[in-house]
Write a protein that binds this ligand. Structure first.
Ligand code: ADP
Ligand code: MG
Length: 729
């Protein structure tokens, strides 16, 4: 009998919100208390080492051994005062999540005991055994060494009793094995390229920073119910489950009143995040029942991404204190909205200008248009690469599934920006422009700020939308490491800005004035990338058809989408900017193929298990009770009455038999399909085989299980149902 499910359900009525004690009265009192930030560096470091590290953070200078030793001493003193006993190099391997290996601050003392020790050497570099991290074949097991190296641009922090030092993770032969190393390179590339372009407009610009504000969506499920669902435990999503009669139809969850137990979880999470210097700002109920969102204030991309990884980790831990399990999967429940992670992205200068905010005069507005046009040109030219950067087995349930951005990459700009771009095309001439023409164009460009202020149009269906002062890359999955999308986006924009500078310089060399050269190049780009601009409903069938006519690609299948990393165009960008070398690109795609394949493999195994050892036996038990009932009817009624009475029951018995037989047969076929696919050596071919010959069974088997859930006696059903998972809090 379904004991685990009912035991779990019994615990629910006694669940009470666990009230959270605030650390201090004001958030600002304890914000960042667990971060070795500048004020703490100033306090704990010598003048010389403080200057050394600040210089390294701000200007990318290297830190010598002497300074590193001094920083290590200060960092250790601060960490120990705050209860740390261990330290770790914290990094982002190519898995879902981060990695850490803790070492105690101890060493043998001369007198035989131990002393607390930490050095510049240990701070700067370590050599973890890298053999068990995905490497896409870069690292042979006989050369298992990899090393982690300190990322000074992201401050160290304390989690529990461990001082965590953000690091990059690199193979012994120098190839990146993580997300952070290429991200830092991409950020550096976009900085350089954007500064060069800004120089056309303002000579004071010497640094451009890329910013990221992520919006993290997630589900909460009561932990008792979670632990009664092996599919949630092992795959992060429900592989079966009949839809709840009520789910999100009434649109009553979005921005609804936050349930108290959830509110306490959020408060607890935010308190801990604040201590780690994560500027959590917004929290709200999302569209689906039990779905929520957390968004911080945007930060520099690398720091923002570290913070996102930390928050995902914190969420999972803190949820348990409140009797919840958090689901970061893109599609935990079929039939209702899944979760994404909008990446709000912009570039800003050391002079305090957001390059995606229209300015106050024609010059700054021309700069604004320059960045807008170059961005959408980069998106148009590299739509396939951008898609490749966000696809995964889990995100594929969302993309193109009528709730999230489609697999077609297009850009929403809003009426006013579109009008400005059209105006440029109509008014810029290939011949030399007259002074009057130039003045009138500049006047028009000068008017953007007023217009944009009233520009409230929003479009939730666009995968890459301009939202007034930033672009929002909406196709990123909720469980993803944002770095993947950010590496691709910053790289393609950097490459595009470099081309723009070249194109403008070429015209200037032909004696065309700078402004006019910029106008002409922008006009050319606007015409070339017109197809990517789309402000309509991205979820509609008409758009899919229209996009095809426009020549935009629409690749829904993950292995095929991933291949975009390997095209000559993508390689030229990554290799040209020094972000990935050829080996690194191949390796990264290999890792992605393997991850995709393994996720489908795990889901298929879990589904097979649950189908055969939970669902089929349950259906048989219930069927047996029906058969007993029919036998009883036959015993006590006349032949004629029996025929009349038992008809519906006999039909049900037949129906159940049909589902049982189909499930058994399909599980066997699926297992055979796996066996065939498993013999394939090549990563890409194996991923394709899993996609084509294994993955379809996940939905066909599920269909029959869900049909059984509909007819089998509720008392028998072993797995918590959607209505239970989604409506208890
Ligand atoms: P919405 O759901 O309306 O898109 P939210 O307030 O939930 O907006 O999230 C918006 C995110 O965008 C926040 O993280 C915010 O800090 C960030 N953001 C705002 N301005 C910028 C900017 N110029 N660059 C990058 N991110 C930004
Ligand atoms: Mg948003």
């Amino acid at each position: 009998m379904a004991t685990l499910r009912f035991k779990a359900l019994e615990t629910l009525s006694s669940r009470k919100p666990i009230s959270v004690k605030r650390e201090e009265n004001l958030t600002s009192d304890y914000y960042g208390m667990l971060v070795f930030d500048r004020p703490k560096m100033k306090k704990y470091l010598s003048k010389e080492s403080f200057k050394g590290i600040v210089d390294a953070i701000d200007n990318g200078t290297t830190i010598d051994r002497k300074i590193a030793d001094q920083v290590a001493i200060g960092m250790k003193a601060w960490a120990m005062e705050n209860g740390a006993t261990h330290y770790t190099h914290w990094f982002h391997p190519l898995t879902d999540g981060t990695a850490e290996k803790h070492d105690a601050f101890i060493d043998h003392s001369e007198l035989g005991g131990v002393v607390e020790a930490f050095s510049g050497k240990l701070l700067a570099q370590q050599e973890p055994d890298a053999s068990s991290f995905p490497s896409g074949g870069i690292r042979n097991t006989f050369e298992a060494r990899g090393y982690t190296a300190w990322d000074v641009s992201s401050p160290a922090f304390i989690v529990g009793t461990t001082l965590s030092i953000p690091t990059v993770f690199i193979s012994y032969t120098g190839e990146a094995l993580d997300y952070k190393a290429p991200l830092l390179k991409a950020l550096n590339a976009v900085d350089k390229a954007a500064v060069e372009v800004c120089q056309f407009f303002d000579k004071n610009v010497t640094q451009v920073t890329a910013n990221l504000g992520w919006e993290q969506e997630y589900f909460l499920v009561d932990e008792a119910l979670y632990f009664a669902r092996p599919d949630l435990i092992l795959t992060g999503r429900t592989l079966m489950g009949h839809s709840s009669a009520k789910d999100q139809q009434l649109e009553d969850h979005y921005f609804g009143s936050i349930p108290e137990r959830v509110g306490m979880f959020m408060q607890d999470l935010e308190n801990e995040a604040y201590k780690l210097g994560i500027p959590c700002k917004t929290r709200h109920n999302e569209v689906a029942p039990n779905q929520f969102e957390l968004a911080p204030i945007f930060e520099e991309v690398n720091l923002a991404n570290d913070h996102n990884q930390l928050v995902m980790d914190l969420m999972a831990k803190i949820a348990r204190h409140h009797g919840f399990c958090v689901l970061l999967h893109e599609k935990p429940f079929a039939g209702i909205n899944g979760s994404g992670k909008h990446n709000n992205w912009s570039l800003s200068t050391n002079t305090g200008v957001n390059l995606y905010s229209p300015g106050k005069n024609p010059k700054t507005n021309l700069q604004f248009l320059t960045f807008i046009v170059n961005t959408i040109k980069a998106v148009y030219d590299n739509q396939d690469l951008l898609r490749a950067s966000i696809v995964s087995a889990s995100n594929s349930h969302r993309l193109g599934a009528n709730e999230a951005p489609p697999a077609i990459i297009s850009s929403f700009l809003g009426t006013e920006v579109n009008r400005m771009l059209d105006l440029l095309v109509e008014n810029v001439n290939d011949r030399k422009m007259t002074p009057d023409e130039k003045t009138s164009l500049k006047l028009n460009i000068g008017r953007i700020p007023e217009i944009l202020l009233d520009n409230t149009d929003r479009n939730r269906t666009s995968p890459f939308a301009f939202t007034g002062n930033r672009f929002e890359f909406r196709a990123v999955g909720s469980s993803a490491n944002c770095a993947s999308a950010m590496i691709a986006l910053n790289s393609v924009v950097a490459a595009q800005l470099i081309n723009f500078k070249k194109d403008v310089d070429a015209l200037i060399e032909k004696d065309i004035k700078k402004d006019e050269a910029i106008f002409q190049v922008l006009k050319k780009y606007i015409i070339e990338c017109k197809a990517v601009r789309f402000d309509g409903n991205g979820y509609s069938q008409e758009w899919a058809e229209e996009a095809e006519r426009r020549g935009l690609t629409n690749i829904k299948n993950v292995p095929e989408a991933l291949e975009a990393y390997l095209t000559d165009k993508s390689r030229a960008i990554f290799e040209g900017l020094g972000i990935f070398n050829p080996i690194e690109i191949e390796a990264r795609v290999e890792v992605e193929f393997e991850k995709f394949m393994k996720k489908i493999q795990i889901e298929s195994r879990v589904l097979g298990d649950i189908a055969i050892n939970h669902i089929v036996p349950t259906a048989i038990s219930y069927q047996t009770s029906l058969i007993d009932n029919v036998r009883g009817l036959k015993e006590i009624f006349s032949e004629e009455e029996f025929k009349e009475l038992a008809g519906a029951r006999l039909d049900l018995i037949r129906k159940i038999s049909g589902h049982i037989s189909t499930i058994k047969a399909q599980v066997s076929e699926m297992t055979e399909a796996r066996k065939v696919a498993n013999l394939i050596e090549h990563g890409k071919d194996k991923a394709y085989a899993y996609d084509v010959s294994v993955r379809p069974y996940l939905s066909t088997i599920r269909y029959h299980i869900d049909k059984l859930e509909e007819v089998v006696d509720n008392e028998y059903w072993p797995l918590p149902k959607y209505r239970e998972l989604l409506f208890t809090r």
